[in-house]
Write a protein that binds this ligand. Structure first.
Ligand SMILES: Nc1ncnc2c1ncn2[C@@H]1O[C@H](COP(=O)(O)OP(=O)(O)OP(=O)(O)O)[C@@H](O)[C@H]1O
Ligand SMILES: [Mg+2]
Length: 409
């Protein structure tokens, strides 16, 4: 991308905002040099529905980031999300060729594991190794060099609609940038905010954006379950707009400024001014009423998250609890509601290891962008370690996978 060596750029294309971050990823951490943001107008529930608006938002965010970082962005690692993304478990088995497991055996077993029957309109986005089994030795994470005759890989596969990635690449191309790699947004967020210990002990990452919420469950250092729920901050805003009879733009401002997920903590006598629809006069309403609209919707989101956690079968082993990211978790007291409904310890995830411009990006709303930088950067091992990505439609060249594997083992 940029002309300075070692610099990488990330594009987080969300339902509410298009964010581009430029930085250098090294041993010492992530040195962010520039960030650009534009409101997204061409996406619905994480999927591109209007090309021209999306291209404009990408152009604006890229131009802002370029100006701040004083570099030229040519390539990005981009996020993908939405209800078309699915996760499933799979496994593959191969015979070990020369008595001990080599990089090529590993590559073949992952190929075997990713060979699931998919409809023509879907493709494999990620193949995430969980464990390897050599003969009767189970639970291996680094099988290279181990002697045996039969190698098995257990993996979690993430698939997406071919058209969704095609639209993403097309919009970027029209905005003048090439897409190096596409990463599930919530996986990128996870790598920006979770510690290896949390992933080991068991943790659920919940990314609550504007149009969708993603749940990614880790245990034993690997992804065990991924899902996408069609609910997010936009639904809170729509509820406020309908409940307080105010335009959506005003509802959004009121939510950010006065919103609280626990109505009981908001005094009834505190008043807020609410603009009316049309030419009517603004009204003065109790802030408590606003929070009574917000709380049930937040509860609904976490009830769906709870159901997903139970569905995954990992609810008993999430010793590290839940980590929340995404713009909607900036809502005051959201962790209180999350803890009450999920019955697990909850924390807000802030991207770690950011060494420059931390004040601009140290927020749960930027978790995906920073995770994408990690995925694109040289020091991006946290992402790659557990997220062996394979080429989909995006022409992700296969030999890179071999390079990563050589890097790790
Ligand atoms: N201070 C705040 N309080 C409450 N909600 C907030 C606050 N700031 C931002 N939000 C909400 O966060 C949402 C945007 O979050 P984010 O940028 O993570 O979404 P996105 O990535 O664009 O969307 P998605 O991931 O769903 O495609 C919006 O719905 C916005 O209303
Ligand atoms: Mg998002």
């Amino acid at each position: 991308m940029a002309k300075r060596t070692g610099m990488v750029a990330a594009l987080d294309l969300g339902t509410a905002k298009t964010c581009v971050v430029v930085g250098e990823v090294g041993e010492r951490g992530i040195e962010v040099c520039g960030i650009g943001e534009a409101p997204s107008r061409g996406l619905r529930k994480g999927a591109i529905v209007h090309v021209e608006s999306t291209v404009q938002a990408i152009r604006k965010a890229v131009a802002e980031a370029e100006q701040m970082a004083r570099c030229e962005i040519r390539h990005v690692t981009a996020s993908i999300g939405g209800s078309h993304v699915r996760g499933l478990s799979s496994h593959g088995v191969v015979a070990v060729r020369n008595g001990e497991v080599s990089v090529s055996d590993l590559s073949r077993v992952l190929d075997a594991a990713r060979a699931v029957a998919l409809p023509a309109d879907r493709e494999v986005l990620h193949v995430l190794p969980q464990e390897y089994i050599i003969d009767d030795q189970e639970g291996l994470r680094e099988p290279i060099g181990i002697a045996g005759v039969r190698l098995e890989a257990k993996v979690h596969i993430i698939t997406s609609q071919v058209a969704a990635a095609q639209n993403l690449v097309k919009c970027c191309k029209q905005a003048g940038i090439a897409v190096d790699d596409v990463v599930l947004g919530a996986l990128a967020s996870a790598d920006a905010v979770l510690t290896p210990e949390e992933k080991e002990l068991g943790v659920a990452l919940v990314d609550i954006g504007a149009g969708t919420s993603d749940v990614v469950i880790f245990h034993g250092g690997a992804v065990r379950h991924t899902t996408n729920l069609p609910l997010g901050g936009q639904h809170l805003t729509n509820d406020i707009a309908a409940g307080l009879r105010t335009p959506t733009v005003e509802a959004e401002k009121i939510k950010r400024r006065f919103g609280c997920a626990r109505a009981a903590l908001v005094e009834r006598h505190v008043e807020i001014e609410v603009p009316s629809v049309g030419d009517r006069e603004p009204r003065v309403l109790s802030r408590h009423i606003l929070c009574e609209i917000i709380e049930p919707r937040v509860e609904e989101i976490f009830q769906l998250v709870a159901r997903e956690i139970i569905r995954s079968g990992y609810e008993e082993v999430l010793a590290s609890g839940v980590v929340l990211v995404g713009g909607s978790v900036l809502l005051d007291r959201i962790t209180d509601v999350a803890e009450r409904i999920l019955r697990l310890p909850v924390r807000i995830g802030i991207p770690h290891h950011v060494t420059a411009l931390a004040d601009l990006v140290a927020s749960p709303i930027h978790a995906a962008s920073i995770g994408l930088l990690l995925a694109g950067g040289d020091g991006g091992k946290p992402v790659r370690l557990h997220a062996t990505r394979t080429d989909g439609l995006l022409g992700r060249v296969r030999h890179r996978m071999g390079e990563w594997l050589r890097d790790f083992f």
